[in-house]
Design a protein around this ligand. Structure first.
Ligand SMILES: [Zn+2]
Length: 362
């Protein structure tokens, strides 16, 4: 399996469709439906919860439960204020980046469907060259072509509408995947691919596998906090994205050194259970899967924290996909890393035994 390519035309078509669909935090269900559709042949059943988290389950009757997890939501904006002359001011829904907003097209989600808009910006000619004002949350604004507040209302746009970017999946130089929301639709994609491989290779697991696509990660791990109480897992392997720190203006002394194309990134952090992490590292070495290391002081900032610190403590670990330009519309990952994260999760699962505690005291 180490030499065979994992991604197929069918899986990449799914990835593209899943990426191109907007699933802003709090509004993930259409994306979840696309994801569940793809996953359906490879699982026995599904669990869904009130806020939209979806879980594909293999061996639902098993007592010992292992989670593999990604998050389904993407960063977006909320309409926060409409000016008398019909311009929209925004607040964040997740860590949306004010610096990249000017001159971007946006989709405003309304009851009547998508309303198009643009983030405007004063022309270079009209700005004070000696004192350039950077884009900030309080000076970026969206123009939807309305002449005043009344027309905005008539177009179905109001305070509370969510706003996403329309940027779609593209491939750069053959093996770099570029899109908005690869954070963390890649996660949902990779865990679904693990389920597909288990099915295609006819692997029987001695435990229940919970392929979990959590909502609301971008605003503080909320979906994971909810679903871990429902599943009550024994083990959780989380996958999310982390930074490629080799592009300009990133300080490696504070941010560490990780990069695309060099393999999955394995985290050291208090929330990461050491024995489970060592199992993942051993698995990578045994199967000649390249990997990188990353350290986090205190929180990992990922759903790992939510699983680890639930239910009296769940053995949890984090395998990250290195990514360039996080929270922009051109998030970039390497195809090889995507395949190697899938491989590493898959091979690690095959080593986990029913009832394994990962105890430090055995
Ligand atoms: Zn994110």
């Amino acid at each position: 399996m180490a030499t065979k390519k994992i991604l197929t035309k069918k899986s990449l078509d799914f990835f593209e469709k899943y990426l191109n669909n907007a699933a802003p935090t709090g509004y993930e269900w259409e994306g979840q439906k696309i994801w569940m559709d793809y996953l359906k042949p490879y699982v026995d059943t599904f669990i869904t919860d009130t806020y939209g988290t979806a879980v594909g389950v293999i061996n639902p009757d098993a007592k010992f439960k292992v989670v593999i997890e990604g998050h389904s939501d993407e960063i977006s904006w909320y309409v926060n204020y409409v000016s008398d002359n019909g311009l929209l001011y925004v607040i964040r829904n997740g860590g949306s980046d004010h610096q990249i907003a000017p001159s971007k097209w946006v989709n405003i989600h309304t009851k009547k469907g998508i309303v198009k808009g643009v983030f405007g910006w004063p022309a270079i000619h009209t700005r004070d060259k000696g004192k350039e004002t950077p884009p900030k949350l309080d000076n970026i604004f969206i123009d939807i072509g309305a002449k005043d507040k009344e027309e905005v209302e008539k177009m179905g746009v109001h305070v509370g509408c969510v706003i996403t970017y329309p940027d779609e999946f593209q491939v750069l130089n053959g093996d770099k995947f570029v899109c908005r929301a690869i954070d963390n639709r890649a996660g949902g994609f990779m865990i679904a691919e693990v389920a597909r491989l288990l099915h295609e290779n006819k692997k029987k697991l001695p435990f229940g596998l919970y392929i979990t696509n959590s909502v609301q990660e971008e605003i503080g791990l909320r979906g994971a906090e909810m679903i871990t109480q429902t599943i009550k897992p024994n083990v959780a392997i989380i996958t999310d994205v982390c930074h490629d720190t080799t592009t300009p203006m990133i300080d490696q002394k504070t941010q560490g050194h990780t990069e695309i194309g060099s393999g999955p990134v394995i985290s050291y952090a208090p929330a990461v259970q050491n024995k489970l992490r060592e199992r993942i590292l051993d698995t990578a070495e045994t199967n000649k899967i390249p990997f990188q290391r990353m350290a986090a002081s205190r929180a990992t900032g990922t759903d790992t924290d939510a699983f680890a610190y639930s239910n009296g403590g769940v053995a949890s670990a984090l395998i990250s996909l290195p990514l360039r330009y996080m929270h922009t519309t051109v998030e970039t990952v390497h195809r090889d890393d995507v395949e190697n994260v899938i491989k590493l999760i898959y091979e690690t699962l095959l080593t986990i035994k029913e009832g394994e505690t990962f105890s430090y005291f055995d």
